[in-house]
Design a binder for this molecule. Structure first.
Ligand code: TYM
Length: 329
């Protein structure tokens, strides 16, 4: 069976963007692939975290993965820091990743502009650790949103470089990006990505947010003065973003949506999008809350997941250590 690896940073509450761009697409893959889904807690500390919040977000995210349809019997769900192989291979790959290529990463440029007082080495070498995450499992596919494409590309470059020196050690992975929903934009500034680090809380909808808060955010969403529901991301970024969200939530294509709201104002449209999102997320929120009350079960899931993940990852580390010339212990 082919393998899949993906992950999300538990650096805050999960967003509608992460759900539509990534998690939503994961559950269906378990039939065809061996799936590994990680909580990238090691990546989160490239930006300062409050320790208690990081722990809470990590546990909540385990519950949200399961509630989103990732059956722990059929998917390996684990926390990155529980599998030491990530740090081990991460270091090795640091030594096969070039200063120049890391300097060109758009996420590094964005994040260092936003966190000018903490441009640490981990933020810079972030892509090498992410490459380790993927290559440890010899993943064939990496299902992510559009913003992670560059990271998967540098992972391929690093793997090819390493294989060029030592022979076929790593499988070269492909990114797997959904056609609709790969880039959900902020509701208040639709030229920017919807992001949990956005200072404007009204632009970002959270997966586990209360229905009334979700409705309020959609009703306030920025549109334009044309009052026509039509898909045109360049001229109508706000409306087009809402159409993307509605399309995924309702299963309708853009032509159907244009017909549905023909001759109606934006008010009815925004209410319909909000309601569709509320209904999409409701069962996930309820199931997440139920699971969070069962701490023992969640612990069992992530401990079992770490064990299974380590079995695969340790094999890759052993192979790599041998290739680079480390003395066997
Ligand atoms: P992160 O935590 O920023 O985002 C998690 C996933 O959600 C997607 N995503 C979006 N998709 C559409 N629209 C949006 N507005 C939006 N916001 C987020 C992201 O593309 C991603 O798929 N570096 C990764 C975490 C990571 C990882 C990995 C991913 C660490 N190791 C190995 C894959 C494989 C990150 O920061 O994702």
């Amino acid at each position: 069976k082919k393998r899949i690896l993906s992950g999300i940073q538990p650096s805050g509450d999960l967003t509608l963007g992460s759900y539509l761009g990534a998690i939503r697409n994961w559950a269906a893959l378990a039939d065809e692939y061996d799936c590994y889904y990680m909580l990238a807690d090691m990546h989160t500390i490239t930006v300062r975290q409050v320790p208690a919040d990081l722990r809470r977000h990590t546990l909540t995210q385990v519950a949200a993965y399961i509630a989103s349809g990732l059956d722990p019997e059929r998917n390996v769900l684990f926390v990155q820091s529980h599998v030491p192989a990530h740090a081990q291979l991460g270091w090795v790959l640091d030594c096969y990743t070039m200063f120049g290529e890391l300097s060109r990463m758009t996420q590094f440029k964005d994040k260092s502009a936003k966190n000018a007082d903490n441009i640490n080495a981990g933020l810079f070498t972030y892509p090498a650790l992410m490459a380790a995450d993927i290559l440890l499992y010899q993943a064939d596919l990496v299902p992510v949103g559009g913003d992670q494409k560059q990271h998967v590309e540098i992972c391929r470059d690093i793997a090819n470089r390493f294989n060029g020196i030592y022979g076929e050690v790593f499988k070269i992975p492909e990114p797997y990006i959904p056609k609709v929903g790969a880039r959900i934009m902020s509701l208040t500034s639709p030229e920017n990505k919807m992001s949990k680090s956005d200072k404007d809380q009204n632009g970002c909808v959270y997966m586990l947010e209360k229905p009334e808060d979700i409705m309020r955010k959609f009703k306030k969403a920025v549109t334009d003065s044309e009052a026509v529901v039509r898909y045109d991301p360049a001229a109508k970024p706000g409306v087009s973003n809402l159409m993307q969200i509605y399309s995924v939530a309702s299963g309708r294509d853009f032509a159907e949506i244009e017909r549905e709201f023909d001759g109606q104002g934006y008010g009815a449209f925004k209410t319909a999008v909000g309601e569709a999102v509320v209904e999409l997320l409701r069962p996930i929120r309820e199931e997440t809350e139920r699971l969070l009350a069962d701490r023992v079960y969640l612990e069992q899931v992530y401990r079992g997941g770490a064990e299974k993940a380590a079995r695969v990852a340790d094999r890759t580390v052993a192979k790599v250590y041998k290739k680079v010339g480390f003395l066997a212990r």
